[in-house]
Design a binder for this molecule. Structure first.
Ligand SMILES: NC(=O)c1ccc[n+]([C@@H]2O[C@H](COP(=O)([O-])OP(=O)(O)OC[C@H]3O[C@@H](n4cnc5c(N)ncnc54)[C@H](O)[C@@H]3O)[C@@H](O)[C@H]2O)c1
Length: 274
């Protein structure tokens, strides 16, 4: 049910690849809440993915940009302001990729060229987009920027490999840039730490189905899905969170504060009974 929480606001959504993408749901909800948006993704994803379908559905233009390219980001922010007719009120960074994870390199056997790519795509791209936006003064006073992260930044999860380091860096950039951008321009920057979610990036992590199932059992409210995440993003983009910045916000059904849940205990008991 839409409440026009984003009426009159202009946003840029990074990372909608297909209808499973978290960014896809965020784009749909932002528009339903009254926002006007520009969609963006890497050139190859724009060519191969389903973003044109979303663009037509939401009447939202697409501007291709490799989030690791400062030049592409400069073009994106200046073109988006022209297309939307003014400064940007909200930005979603929903980007993650690790060649080490894709090629199943374990954490004690990383390829360092791959590691550089992981960090550049999944974390430093966030710094690049913030720096470009700030230099262009592209984000309006009181604007809101959200990046998506995972609890592997705080605790170790087998198989998440160098993406854990990327998420730790992403959350650090959120605090460091949030301090400067908040002070100078009143722009808020936060991360939302999302439950395991069935998407292309998510299911690329080895043993993802187990990750998903364990988290489901260890979360008193169950896993948050992509729709839940989109709802949280809308609230963070809205004027109802004007003083929230530099935070890592868990959207995980309570997983992050649970030591042992009843469901997990019951599952464990079953293995004893055998
Ligand atoms: N799925 C999960 O379990 C889960 C859990 C917590 C956090 N997250 C995070 O949510 C975000 C979105 O992932 P998703 O699960 O929706 O998967 P997804 O595969 O749908 O989205 C990842 C996106 O990153 C884009 N991307 C990759 N390289 C890029 C580049 N160089 N420039 C621009 N875009 C690029 C891809 O094209 C894709 O659209 C990621 O940051 C991911 O780490 C996902």
């Amino acid at each position: 049910m839409a409440n026009q929480l984003l009426a009159g606001k202009k946003g840029i959504i990074f990372g909608a690849l297909n209808s499973k993408s978290i960014a896809w749901k965020v784009a749909e909800k932002a528009v339903a809440e009254g926002a006007q948006i520009v969609l963006t993704n890497a050139p190859i994803a724009v060519r191969m993915g389903e973003i044109q379908e979303l663009s037509t559905k939401l009447n939202a233009p697409v501007i291709a940009a490799d989030a690791t390219s400062v030049e592409d980001l400069e073009n994106l922010f200046s073109e988006a302001q022209k297309m939307l007719g003014g400064k940007i009120d909200f930005v979603l960074h929903s980007i993650g990729m690790s060649p080490n994870v894709r090629k199943e390199r374990s954490y004690d056997d990383l390829n360092y060229d791959f590691l550089s790519k992981t960090l550049d795509i999944s974390a430093i791209s966030f710094h690049k987009m913030l720096q470009v936006a700030k230099k262009q003064d592209a984000i309006a006073q009181g604007g809101s920027v959200v990046a998506l992260t995972y609890i592997a930044a705080q605790r170790t999860f087998v198989g998440y490999s160098d993406m854990a380091d990327a998420k730790a860096l992403l959350e650090s950039i959120t605090r460091s840039f949030g301090c400067i951008y908040g002070q100078e321009k009143g722009v808020r920057i936060n991360t939302i730490s999302q439950s395991p979610t069935m998407t292309t990036a998510g299911s690329g992590v080895g043993g993802f189905n187990l990750f998903f199932d364990v988290a489901e059992k260890m979360s008193p409210l169950g896993n948050a899905d992509a729709d839940d995440c989109a709802d949280y993003c809308v609230v963070m983009f809205s004027d109802y969170t004007r003083k929230v910045t530099m935070q890592n916000l868990y959207n995980d059904g309570g997983f992050s504060n649970t030591g042992m849940s009843l469901d997990a205990m019951n599952q464990y008991m079953k293995s004893f009974e055998k």
